[in-house]
Design a protein around this ligand. Structure first.
Ligand SMILES: Nc1ncnc2c1ncn2[C@@H]1O[C@H](COP(=O)(O)OP(=O)(O)O)[C@@H](O)[C@H]1O
Ligand SMILES: [Mg+2]
Length: 244
């Protein structure tokens, strides 16, 4: 039997065993893959996110397009009714922060931040680059989970949103570890992201009331509100220009 057919049969077996599970990873001939299925929603989520099949199909299209353009995304190796199989991209950064030595946090986050700037320099955007949707493996960063990717807004607006989501996520997973976070964001600016960073700062000018509103919650607020304060704080105190 041809190699492709063996792989195809193996995927069918995994799909059968894990039908309905959102993601499952498996190994085939020493290589790791992920099978991702259409999201099975219950209750109110069915009303909030009505078309999960379209969402997965859109993600497949985006991954293929970005892959062809040379963006750092895992290759889609198989597509079936209600699922896709992608190559493993390595451990996601939120997991890595939990089980790697703190001395490695700075280089990992610098790499992620630089990779986001490079993606943006290719006139592309992710949609929701939170640390759980960015992977890192021996210095190589990949972006996964493109279901939130939007092509409706201008690319500049998408990139501004990407940067804000990314910074929010840094503060969410790292607590206010400002030194490490500010250094990582500086990497985004120096790697070609300066224009978007400045535009994000201008965008936030209208949200300064939120800075004062969120301040009392900066150490105690919930996992979404607390980082909002720190995102605003970041743009208030970071130097307006960086030395070359
Ligand atoms: N190609 C991949 N490489 C590494 N990890 C992956 C990959 N695809 C999915 N994962 C893991 O599975 C999780 C969920 O997959 P994701 O595509 O983000 O689905 P969801 O839309 O449900 O968030 C990711 O956060 C990551 O931990
Ligand atoms: Mg995800």
């Amino acid at each position: 039997m041809a190699e492709n057919d063996i792989f195809h049969q193996y995927v069918a077996k995994i799909y059968h065993e894990h039908c309905g599970e959102r993601v499952v990873s498996f190994e085939f001939q020493g290589k790791r893959y992920w099978l991702k299925q259409v999201e099975k929603l219950t209750g109110a989520m069915r009303l909030l996110k009505p078309n999960s099949t379209a969402a997965l199909n859109k993600e497949i299209d985006v991954l293929n397009t970005l892959g062809h353009l040379g963006a750092p995304v895992p290759a889609v190796v198989e597509v079936g009714d209600g699922y896709m199989v992608v190559e493993d991209a390595g451990d996601t950064i939120n997991h890595l922060l939990h089980h790697t030595n703190q001395a490695l946090w700075q280089p990992i986050l610098n790499d992620a931040s630089t990779a986001l700037a490079k993606l943006h320099n290719m006139q592309l955007a992710h949609g929701r680059p939170a640390l759980r949707d960015i992977s890192w493996q021996a210095g190589e960063v990949k972006f996964i989970d493109f279901e939130a990717n939007q092509q409706n807004d201008s690319i500049i607006s998408q990139q501004i949103r990407d940067l804000l989501v990314f910074i929010h996520s840094l503060y969410r997973y790292m607590e206010p570890n400002n030194r490490v976070i500010c250094q990582a964001i500086k990497c985004y600016r120096l790697a070609g992201g300066e224009n978007i960073w400045q535009k994000a700062k201008q965008f936030l000018a209208a949200w300064q009331w939120l800075y004062y509103f969120a301040k009392p919650f900066r150490y105690t607020g919930g996992k979404d509100l607390k980082p909002v304060y720190w995102v605003l704080w970041h743009f208030r105190q970071a130097p307006l220009t960086l030395p070359n």
